[in-house]
Design a binder for this molecule. Sequence first.
Ligand code: 5GP
Ligand code: ZN
Length: 323
Amino acid sequence: MSDLEHFIQNKMSMSHIYQPVMIKKLLTSLGKAHKTEIAQEILTYDSSQVEYYEKVTNNMVGRVLRSHHIVEKEKNHYILKDFEVLSPEEVAKSIKLCEAKIEEFTEKRGVAMWEHRRKNRKAISGSIRYEVLKRALGRCELCGISKEEKALEVDHIIPKNLGGEDSINNYQALCYTCNANKRDTDNTDFRELEDLYNMKDSTCIFCSVNFEKVFENNLAIAFLDKYPVTNLHTLIIPKRHCSTFFDLTQAELNATYSLAQKVKEQIIAKDSSVGGFNIGFNAEEAAGQTVNHCHMHIIPRRKGDVENPIGGIRNIIPGKGQY
Ligand code: 5GP
Ligand code: ZN
């Protein structure tokens, strides 16, 4: 058995199809291939790329050509109108005209015409990308598909051109299809989002009071509770006014979660008697919420702080914490 055969059969540990595709490409190219040729070969297996261009075909180019009555659509096929009446010479001439147009445009715009597809992947470093995918547990944060089934991209939740930050709180993992769909809705959804994130309620104490902040990031603030139930009881709120946990956007959840981690680290560094935490949201009056601006309670717990801690937050219904 050759070393290569042995490698392929016994040693190649695969996290994707890349290795066998690359080896196959080299084998079918007399042992040598340019990186672009290898990349193109990988591309032939990546249906997510094709899906992206299917969307472009349907939503953009197909629509335009249909509106000019150049093509018709029949289920998933496009049909060039009056093709059957074209002579072979006319077909050849039209192909040449298309090629000339492609060439002319490519010369004028160069690689810049693909910049909108490159932007995302270039701007975000490998380690941050890794963190985002890890946080998303390797799944698209919109449709839930796994990274094994579809390539995942790191997306700016609030787009950069609307002031979205280059920060991990503003990133989410999206599959190719969800990201492509999102681009289509750019202008409608995200202007609303921008207004949304600036929303304040002038009658709300958490919106208007200037607290001494423990931590802050793009969308959330952590500060000490004025009437702590235990020492260092901390609250984390979204900067935007909204009333409950269920109103938080994915970006605000990310921002809140990341402050929660920092608060926890700081509390255990400050106070070695802290042995655990109760973390929670009261949502609505019926559940005991007294301030109508969503807030996460981070309540440090110490051994012996109550006689019997069993049940923790389950003791919100008195007497029911034990089972
Ligand atoms: P809720 O009952 O709505 O879940 O919690 C409201 C929390 O806000 C309480 O823990 C209360 O102590 C805290 N709180 C109320 N007013 C103020 C304030 O003016 N400043 C701070 N830092 N915390 C407050
Ligand atoms: Zn508020």
